[in-house]
Design a binder for this molecule. Structure first.
Ligand code: ADP
Ligand code: ADP
Length: 226
């Protein structure tokens, strides 16, 4: 049984809270791949796949892509070889149906390890999202003011062009927050009831949030494996 235990981290928080930024940092610390459903949809959109075209209209509005499609996509991703020790989930689950599907997918491996909630006010979330810039090639995340690249518009890691996501424009951001409160925030109670939730102050600097997150994830991993 112990050999089968895997680490499944679920990062929760409003859009803009810092889930993607932190997931990428945790990936290096814990040697687990980050799975961002938003990144997978954007990759499919860029490559004009059927999945990308289906997701586009929902993403443009800031609505959730239908569960059936999203759940199947995560199920496939969890079966890839690099997920054998577990994964860091960023942006999934986003409602209770997805959360219970994830419980089923992970049941044989000890279930979810920890669900950190990165909290942030709506005002700060809007500032974060509207200033967010993403590398077109590697997906690294910057902020024009809070986390700028060394050279404006250019990725520090691979020199790729930084762009603003279509759904990061103010018109869409409001609906994304609405969708978060209506559909995703019930997950806070869901994971609290399973004693998996820990809240962190997402308004602190990136490195401070990261230190706290690393500590709590290390503790959760040792609790699960002991
Ligand atoms: P999410 O994945 O939760 O939507 P991101 O990780 O993409 O959030 O971060 C949203 C924006 O806020 C990005 O522009 C990122 O550079 C910036 N950011 C992330 N964490 C912090 C932080 N602790 N302080 C200031 N800015 C941050
Ligand atoms: P953010 O980092 O700002 O929270 P994401 O990149 O996670 O945004 O998501 C962008 C969009 O992709 C969402 O608004 C939604 O349309 C779609 N999406 C991402 N994850 C999911 C999911 N788990 N279920 C349904 N739709 C999703």
């Amino acid at each position: 049984m112990d050999a089968q235990r895997r680490t499944y981290l679920v990062l929760l928080g409003v859009p803009g809270a810092g889930k993607g930024t932190q997931a990428r940092m945790l990936e290096e610390t814990f040697h687990l791949p980050q799975i961002s459903t938003g990144d997978i949809f954007r990759y499919n959109l860029k490559n004009q796949t059927e999945l990308g075209l289906l997701a586009k209209s929902y993403m443009d509005r800031g609505d959730l892509v239908p569960d059936e499609v999203t759940i199947r996509m995560v199920e496939d991703r969890l079966q890839k070889a690099d997920a054998v020790n577990g994964v860091i989930l960023d942006g999934f689950p986003r409602n209770l149906v997805q959360a219970s599907a994830l419980d089923e997918m992970t049941a044989d491996y000890g279930g979810i390890t920890s669900a950190p909630l990165i909290s942030l006010s709506d005002e700060d979330a809007i500032l974060r999202i509207t200033g967010r810039r993403v590398c077109r090639t590697c997906g690294a995340v910057y902020h024009v003011e809070f986390n700028p690249p060394k050279k404006s518009g250019v990725c520090d890691i691979d020199g790729g062009e930084l762009y603003q996501r279509d759904d990061d424009k103010p018109e869409t951001v409001r609906n994304r927050l609405y969708v978060y409160y209506k559909q995703t925030s019930p997950l806070i109670g869901y994971y609290f009831a399973k004693s998996l939730l820990t809240e962190l102050d997402g308004a602190e600097p990136i490195d401070v949030v990261n230190e706290k997150l690393k500590q709590l994830v290390s503790q959760a991993i040792s609790k699960k494996t002991n």
